[in-house]
Design a binder for this molecule. Structure first.
Ligand code: BDR
Ligand code: CA
Length: 309
């Protein structure tokens, strides 16, 4: 059983990742959740997270973290996620409230008090995680792995070279990538292949409560996927959870990866040393491909479990 902390900015695909984790209590124990400014401003995405948890009766303790990046102003993902950060279905107000503690202190306490090691699952800009590792470097020894959604060694989405979560806070990302903690990176290389198709979305809408919610979320989300030129919708964040459950459905390579914080064309790029003889040791397992059908099956089966609860 893995003990995890999910750091997120829901976010359509964040919501699906959270549901995927909630459907696997035997494999993943969610110690807590934290939120960070990203897809929308902090209050909106925190509200989305709490509404989602309330909708599926999952009282996971949640703390709000950084409202914006370490440097500069927050860039949101409103084009993809809408004005609320999770446009589409109208969820009832949440029965839950955020804890009265900052995300960084909350993570610190969870990690300190955990029996054994903890896995961090960041699905958003890495601001909270960088703050944690900088303020309390001693927690590194109790973090076995960071399975994150972010970056890409072949392409970007906000720019030609940078993916959204890294682009929003490259300084934070560089701190995390250089932390020495083993990283599993679900970047665009794999997540753009983890697409759900329109017929599969329609099928979800004919099923139970959790499936219908996800179908309606994806109806909105797929509008922007089409704008980007894709037929299907990339389920970015769920890859970081899916790898924890079934690593065997992914193909990956280990590389030394760092984050560019300066370049005019490349700020926020995750740069992998792919030379035959790299000069530094690999710090990141980069996911490159996934068995799409198995991945979508995992999502639909997880929603089925939640539908029946
Ligand atoms: C990432 O950015 C956000 O819009 C998504 O939630 C995902 O975490 C994809 O680039
Ligand atoms: Ca996200």
């Amino acid at each position: 059983m893995r003990q995890i902390i999910i750091d997120c900015d829901p976010g359509h695909d964040d919501a699906i990742a959270i549901l995927l984790a909630l459907a696997h209590p035997d494999e993943l124990k969610i110690l807590g959740m934290t939120t960070v400014g990203g897809n929308q401003v902090l209050d909106k995405i925190t509200d989305n997270a709490l509404k989602l948890l309330s909708y599926v009766d999952a009282p996971i303790p949640l703390a709000k973290g950084a409202a914006g990046p370490l440097l500069g102003k927050l860039v949101t993902g409103e084009e993809a996620h809408g004005e609320t950060g999770m446009d589409g279905p109208i969820l009832p107000s949440s029965r839950y409230k955020p804890l009265d503690v900052h995300a960084v202190e909350f993570m610190l306490n969870l990690i300190r008090n955990a029996e054994g090691k903890v896995t961090l699952v960041p699905l958003a800009p890495l601001t909270n995680i960088a703050l944690l590792l900088t303020a309390y470097p001693e927690v590194k020894d109790k973090i076995d792995c960071i399975s994150l959604m972010g970056g890409g060694i072949g392409e970007g989405n906000v720019t030609a070279t940078a993916e959204f979560n890294i682009y929003v806070d490259p300084e934070a990302a560089q701190i995390v990538y250089q932390s020495g903690i083993p990283i599993v990176m679900s970047g665009l290389d794999v997540t753009n292949r983890a697409q759900i198709h329109a017929v599969e979305i329609e099928e979800l809408k004919r099923r139970g409560k959790a499936s219908v919610l996800v179908g309606e979320l994806l109806d909105f989300y797929s509008i922007y996927s089409k704008v980007l030129g894709y037929d299907g919708s990339a389920l970015h964040d769920p890859c970081a959870v899916a790898w924890l459950l079934k690593p065997e459905i992914f193909r990956s390579e280990a590389y030394h990866v760092e984050v560019e914080t300066k370049g005019d064309l490349t700020r926020g790029m995750t740069v992998a040393d792919r030379r035959k003889k790299p000069t530094q040791e690999a710090n990141v397992r980069v996911l490159l491909d996934v068995d799409r059908d198995a991945f979508i099956r995992m999502i639909t089966e997880a929603l089925d479990v939640l539908d029946r609860r």
